[in-house]
Write a protein that binds this ligand. Structure first.
Ligand code: NAP
Length: 419
């Protein structure tokens, strides 16, 4: 088949990563960058002017609007990538599939379970596919570990934990109008570490506990605590949760954007016959009574794989993407259930928060948070269970048959603050 012609919507921030990755795909001869959508091409003040000029010189078609791409891209564009604001994912993905395009939709797929269910139906109705940009699901070492788990090498899965502490500065929160917001223009964004920067690692745990290589687990219940240390955001920046799958595996997740030190995500998988650890670099170690095995991604770049696998699906060389709406659904359920459980994004009193550096590099650091989250993970507890003075206990939410997340019908603090 011919090379797959990609169109990227956007030219700033993560859209630039899509553009670079697709350009790399050209070297393999299976995909090429055909078009980019750039609004306000004349008046750009954001440093993307030079990139625009380069793209034009390379013969990349520049569309002024998404609507123009959908109309004029027919026969020219095979696959559209959507590295766009989270609260616009649903509308743009819907319009794209209805117009007859397959998509690479960035993660998190959509903020609510009813939206993901709609898009799954739309995939079936239109015959298009919508790959989700959870790149870690494309990590060869994560996939090999999943194969081993499915083959029973660790025995029955008892629990999976993951911790990840990524500092985020003022510039991160200023890069667009939705960073750190729970709601924008009346639409849910839920932009915190569990739903955005560290979302991959929650999704990995749900994926790892799924019954087959390409499926994720269904969840039985969740309990979550969502906190914010920054007064200028409305979503969470420090969170923890526990959940149980319908097969009985417990999941424990601990994340913050306000740590003293950066700690890249590490997942521990505990089974009745062995354990495994998998980290951000894609290094995996499996320990069973037969000994220890180590492996990694073998030089494969998971970000590149998102585009390569999608191109292969479009060429008919693979049946389906690795990361799909269907195998992301339980992630969305977990996020919705986490908000139902927490009910509020609770501010951490400022006496427990220190501000480091200044200007765009300003960071918040919650007192002792690195140790507290380490401790909570080690004991399989949430922060309130440890008696942390600002932490508040939350209820379990039943997630079986969970079909609707409707926070606007029960006004909560995060909605009231987030508008
Ligand atoms: N996979 C990962 O590891 C990873 C990492 C980072 C981000 N992401 C995801 O990538 C997505 C984008 O994040 P971001 O921080 O880059 O967002 P952003 O700062 O809001 O940038 C979005 C880009 O898309 C463009 N855009 C949005 N809607 C458009 C439309 N209707 N027509 C044309 N252009 C449109 C914007 O255009 P303007 O320039 O005109 O505003 C901008 O260039 C999010 O879903 C995020 O979660 C994923």
């Amino acid at each position: 088949m011919k090379t797959v012609a990609f169109a990227v919507v956007g030219v700033r921030n993560f859209a630039q990563s899509h553009i670079r990755t697709i350009k790399k795909l050209e070297e393999e001869g299976i995909g090429r960058l055909q078009a980019v959508v750039v609004r306000d091409q004349e008046g750009r003040q954001d440093g993307s002017a030079q990139l625009l000029q380069e793209l034009g010189e390379q013969g990349v078609v520049l569309f002024d609007s998404y609507e123009q791409l959908l109309q004029e891209g027919q026969g020219l564009v095979d696959l559209i990538t959507l590295p766009v604001a989270v609260h616009t994912h649903y509308d743009l993905a819907k319009q794209g599939m209805e117009a007859g395009y397959s998509l690479v939709l960035e993660k998190p797929p959509v903020p609510t379970v009813q939206q993901v269910d709609d898009l799954i139906c739309l995939e079936q109705q239109t015959g298009q596919f919508c790959s989700v940009g959870f790149q870690m699901i494309h990590s060869p070492s994560l996939r090999k570990l999943k194969e081993e788990v499915c083959a029973g090498r660790l025995g029955e899965l008892k629990e999976i934990t993951c911790r990840g502490y990524w500092p985020r500065d003022r510039a991160y929160y200023s890069r667009n109008g939705w960073a750190g917001r729970a709601v924008v223009d009346g639409m849910l964004v839920l932009d915190g570490p569990i739903h955005n920067a560290l979302a991959h690692y929650l999704n990995n745990m749900i994926f790892m506990s799924g019954p087959a290589l390409d499926t994720s687990a269904d969840l039985r219940w969740i309990r979550a605590e969502l906190y914010r240390s920054r007064p200028f955001i409305t979503s969470d920046d420090t969170s923890c949760l526990e959940a149980e799958t319908t097969a009985g595996t417990r999941l424990y997740f601990y994340v913050t954007h306000s740590p003293r030190s950066q700690f890249d995500p590490v997942m521990e998988v505990v089974g009745t016959k062995g354990t495994a650890t998998w980290n951000y670099e894609g290094e995996c170690e499996i320990e069973t009574q037969d000994g220890t095995e180590r492996f990694d991604n073998g030089g494969v770049d998971p970000w590149f794989e998102v585009m390569r696998v999608s191109a292969k699906v479009r060429r008919g060389e693979l049946a389906r993407p690795y990361s799909t709406l269907a195998n992301s659904r339980s992630f969305v359920v977990a996020i919705n259930g986490a908000y139902d459980s927490a009910r509020y994004i609770r501010p951490i009193p400022q006496e427990f928060v220190e501000s480091t550096l200044s200007g765009p590099k300003e960071c918040a650091v919650v007192k002792d948070i690195d140790e507290l989250l380490d401790q909570a993970c080690a004991h399989r507890k949430l922060l309130s269970d440890l008696g942390v003075p600002w932490a508040v206990s939350t209820p379990r939410i039943d997630l079986q048959d969970y079909k609707e997340f409707s926070p606007f019908s029960q006004p909560r603090t995060f909605v009231e603050l987030g508008g």
